[in-house]
Design a protein around this ligand. Sequence first.
Ligand SMILES: CC(C)(COP(=O)(O)OP(=O)(O)OC[C@H]1O[C@@H](n2cnc3c(N)ncnc32)[C@H](O)[C@@H]1OP(=O)(O)O)[C@@H](O)C(=O)NCCC(=O)NCCS
Length: 195
Amino acid sequence: MVWVCQRAGIEVAGFCDDAADKQTGSFAELPLLGMIEAAAARLGQNVGFHIAVGNNRARQQLAARARQVGWQPVTVQDPSAHCAPCAVIGEGSYIGIGSVVSTKTRLGSFVIINHHGTVGHDCDVADYAQICPGVRVSGGCRVGEGALLGSNAVTLPGINVGAWAVLGAGGVALRSIADGAHQVRLGAGIGGSKR
Ligand SMILES: CC(C)(COP(=O)(O)OP(=O)(O)OC[C@H]1O[C@@H](n2cnc3c(N)ncnc32)[C@H](O)[C@@H]1OP(=O)(O)O)[C@@H](O)C(=O)NCCC(=O)NCCS
C-alpha cells in the first residue's frame, strides 16, 4: 500500500491500528498513530485517510469511524492504472497497478480494484466491494455493496453480483449471484439466479 502511495505521489504520515501492540512505535518505517479516535484527538480534522484493509466489513466500519472524527477519504490510484475519463471513482477507493476501469463505469466509495483487475464498460461497483488481482468484470455488470470477487474470477457480461456476495478465486459467474450468496465453482452460483 505505502509503495503504491509513493508511486502515486501521496505522502503517508503513519498508520492507525486498533491492536494493543500497535499503538506506538513504527511499522514499515512510518509512525504508528494509535486508534483513529486517539490520533484525531492529537492531529485534528485536517487529515486525509485511506483504509488499507482487505476485509470489506472491516473497511466499512473503519471508514465510518474515520469519517466520524472528521477526516477526509483519499483515493489511491497507481499511475499505471487506466481509468476512462468518464468513469466515476468514489472517494477512498484503491486502483492498483495495471488496472483498467472502462468507459461509463462507476465505482462507489472505498472500493478496491486490486492489481491487474479490469472492470468493463457500463458497470456499477458499489461501496466497499473488492475486485481482487486479475479479476475480469465484463461490461454491463453490477457488483453489489461489499461483494468480493476473488483473484482471477470472471463475470460474464451483464451479471449481477449481489451485495456482500462472494465469487471465489478463479470462479466464473455465468449467471447472477444473489445477495450474500457464495459461489466457489464454475456455474450459476449457490443461491444464484439469472438476472
Ligand atoms: C471462496 C472463499 C472465500 C472461501 O469460501 P469458504 O466458504 O470459506 O470456503 P471453504 O474454504 O470452506 O471451502 C468450501 C469448499 O469450496 C472449495 N473452494 C474454496 N474456494 C474455492 C475456489 N476459489 N474455487 C473452487 N473451489 C473452492 C473448497 O475446496 C471446499 O470444497 P470441499 O467442500 O469439496 O472440500 C475463498 O476460497 C476464496 O476463493 N477467496 C478469494 C480470496 C482471494 O482471491 N483473495 C485475494 C486477496 S488479494
